[in-house]
Design a protein. Sequence first.
Length: 181
Amino acid sequence: MAEVAQPSRSEREAHIKDKAGWVITILAALLAITTLIGGANSSKILGNTIAANDVWAFYQAKSIKQTLAEMAYDDAIRVNDTKKATALKAKIAHYESDPVTNEGKQELMAKAKQLEAERSVAKQRSPWYTYASSLLQIAIVLLTASILAVNISLLWASLVVGGVAILLMVQAITLIIPIII
């Protein structure tokens, strides 16, 4: 029976380097993309938090002005000043809802809630980007170790870790699985 010759270390190293080099390039590109999208997601969380706070502050200011106008309206009714009461009633209605400028309390509340909902979705995505980035980094380290140790098992392990990282990246982008972390 003829013996099958085992490849030499340099042949195994060349084989692993060829495969690992391409995989490292792809994983590094995915890591850069995940980091970029994750950073934009973090900016969206921060931006929407600030914007929602601003809108709620504007809502509170409108509410205070409306309360003052309602007090003045009550005073006008008490002293029987119908002209002033009519003007104040219109002003109170304007504070409650102003579809022309979208700066009535109802419109401001809707806008603030929309910003909060967008922020909530971005917050759900955030940990998935972190997990994907971490696993992509680990996969790249395993690939590097597979080259240095000339170990095909490490190469396969890095492919598995990289595959899981890609799934986590897809989850971050699409939120296909309704898991809240």
